[in-house]
Design a protein around this ligand. Structure first.
Ligand SMILES: Nc1nc2c(c(=O)[nH]1)N[C@H]1C(S)=C(S)[C@@H](COP(=O)(O)O)O[C@H]1N2
Ligand SMILES: [Mo]
Length: 499
């Protein structure tokens, strides 16, 4: 028992040192997070999807906690071996250290030297295990009797020391990782000469309980595979553009600003959004039109895809057609008139109206290869999702939710079919006839639209259903489909108890 606890304590000490060392070495991720990111990478898409739909935003904390618990359990086992087979437990800690080092070294956006954080941590674990185990266990029964009291005291004191020391080291490690602070302050100092765009007239119906038409940046959904977001100073950002182009170039942040920024209202949504889900947001983006940059580098005949890659190695394949057909596809530097938040891709990301984020919205983008779909597969297409990801027409009821009072009840929500636009939204109660909702106005076909329908609600249980028709005249399908492989379909359906 004591030995196992010693193993756990040695593991904790090693983890603390690894956080400190990773901070001092300015590593993007600590060994623990590197292993976590690696787990994300090797997890099959369907499992990831299941996990996200079950636990939502808690997926990352839960994953890190899981890795931590597995590690502590291994530490306990290795500690338990120390008395009889010390070489097994020393070897085990060494293996853990090497795995951590390999995870760091193989993560995009890290340098090989940063793998040292894991190796040093492994050495510390072994040292602490040795130190805690001095003199335990006592072998003869007589010794055990007399030594029991002092052993317990020493066990508690030393254990306490290790825990306190670990907490201090890990805390210092966090402080030492100035990177986040430095990047946040560089971001705060940037003056892009933008103001938060006011929402256009008439987009807001002003019905209580509905989602605001403009999504504040802090409320914007976040989806990515990074356990710790890449931290990039704007003046160190580079975008290398190469592949099937006539004139390869490398762009810098200032180059984008020098070109002048365009603004566009675009609703971005995730292919993993369930019917009625909230993985969607609308904001004003500012950036440089992607088509201008592609025209400048000269796309060669035969190319049909832009393979974009982020600093942390994530990739997306976007049809060149969608980037050059005149729509507002942006290499964006700002949302809501402010430089992109770090979590949303600071300093530069893509936004392409009409396509789900997984095929288009690369955050922390750093590399563009103009190529052919036949010649590559991207992060999510590798994991079973479709190569092309046009957004499907959807409508969502935001209010009423679950209960309402009899009488006039506004049923309201949003509908979207980015880059086609929404023509009509209809409601039906208890599978009765479809009724027309009133639509708010929108500045373009790339945003969601608010809608409302006045319901004469009678007491009892009722089922509400909504469906939207896009501006090409195609109503959304009633057929229920899962989010995999190219987005959910079906009518958002709610049960409401009217009293
Ligand atoms: N670097 C990087 N960019 C990424 C992703 C990612 O995992 N890594 N996820 C994409 C997906 S699936 C979506 S839906 C959007 C979400 O953008 P947001 O987090 O700003 O809402 O980013 C896209 N860009
Ligand atoms: Mo997504």
């Amino acid at each position: 028992m004591v030995n196992r606890v010693n193993g756990v304590l040695a593991t904790i000490a090693g983890l603390a040192v690894s956080e400190l060392a990773a901070g001092l070495l300015k590593s993007r991720v600590s060994p623990l997070l590197a292993v976590g990111e690696w787990v994300i990478e090797v997890t099959p898409g369907s499992v990831a999807e299941e996990a996200i739909s079950r636990v939502g935003r808690a997926d990352k904390p839960l994953l890190v906690t899981g890795v931590l618990l597995v590690l502590l359990a291994i530490g306990a086992v290795l500690g338990g071996q120390f008395a009889r087979r010390p070489s097994v437990s020393v070897g085990g800690f060494a293996v853990i250290a090497v795995v951590g080092a390999a995870a760091i070294a193989s993560r995009p956006g890290t340098r090989p030297l940063q793998a040292l954080a894991a190796l040093v941590a492994g050495a510390v674990s072994i040292y602490v295990l040795r130190w805690l185990s001095r003199g335990t266990p006592t072998h003869t029964p007589a010794q055990r009797e007399t030594a029991a009291g002092s052993t317990r005291r020493r066990f508690l004191t030393n254990g306490g020391l290790v825990l306190a020391g670990s907490a201090v080291l890990a805390g210092v490690g966090r402080l030492a990782s100035h990177a986040r602070v430095a990047v946040e302050s560089a971001r705060a100092k940037l003056d892009l000469g933008l103001v938060a765009a006011n929402a256009p007239q008439g987009v807001e119906l002003g019905i209580a309980g509905t989602t605001p038409w403009t999504t504040p940046s802090v409320d914007f959904y976040r989806i990515d595979t990074a356990l710790s977001p890449p931290l990039i100073q704007p003046d160190e950002w580079e975008l290398r553009i190469h592949g099937m182009v006539d004139r390869p170039i490398t762009l810098h942040y200032q180059d984008l600003l020098d070109r002048g920024l365009s603004d566009a209202w675009i609703t971005l949504c995730c292919v993993s959004n369930e019917v009625g889900g909230d993985l969607i947001g609308n904001t004003s983006w500012s950036g440089v039109p992607i088509r201008d940059i592609l025209a400048e580098v000269g796309v060669r005949a035969g190319a049909d895809a832009l393979l974009s890659r982020s600093v942390d190695g994530w990739t997306a394949g976007t049809p060149l057609a969608a980037l050059t057909d005149g729509r507002n596809a942006l290499l964006a530097v700002a949302m809501n008139g402010r430089p992109l938040p770090v979590d949303h891709g600071f300093p530069v990301r893509q936004v392409v109206p009409g396509l789900y984020g997984y095929v288009s919205a690369t955050k922390w983008v750093t590399d563009w290869e103009v190529t052919r779909f036949a010649d590559f597969s991207a992060y999510w297409t590798d994991r079973g999702w479709s190569e092309l990801g046009p957004v499907k027409t959807q409508a969502r009821i935001d209010t009423p939710y679950a209960a309402a009072k009899a009488g006039r009840v506004p049923v309201a929500g949003v509908a979207w079919a980015q880059h086609r636009g929404i023509e009509r939204v209809q409601l039906r109660v208890d599978r009765g006839p479809w009724q027309e909702a009133r639509l708010a106005s929108v500045p373009n076909v790339d945003t969601w639209v608010q809608w409302v329908w006045e319901w004469d609600a009678t007491p009892g249980e009722h089922e509400l259903q909504v469906r939207a028709t896009d501006a090409t005249g195609v109503p959304q399908t009633a057929k229920r489909a899962d989010v995999v492989p190219d987005g959910a379909t079906g009518y958002h359906t709610l049960s409401v108890t009217v009293a």
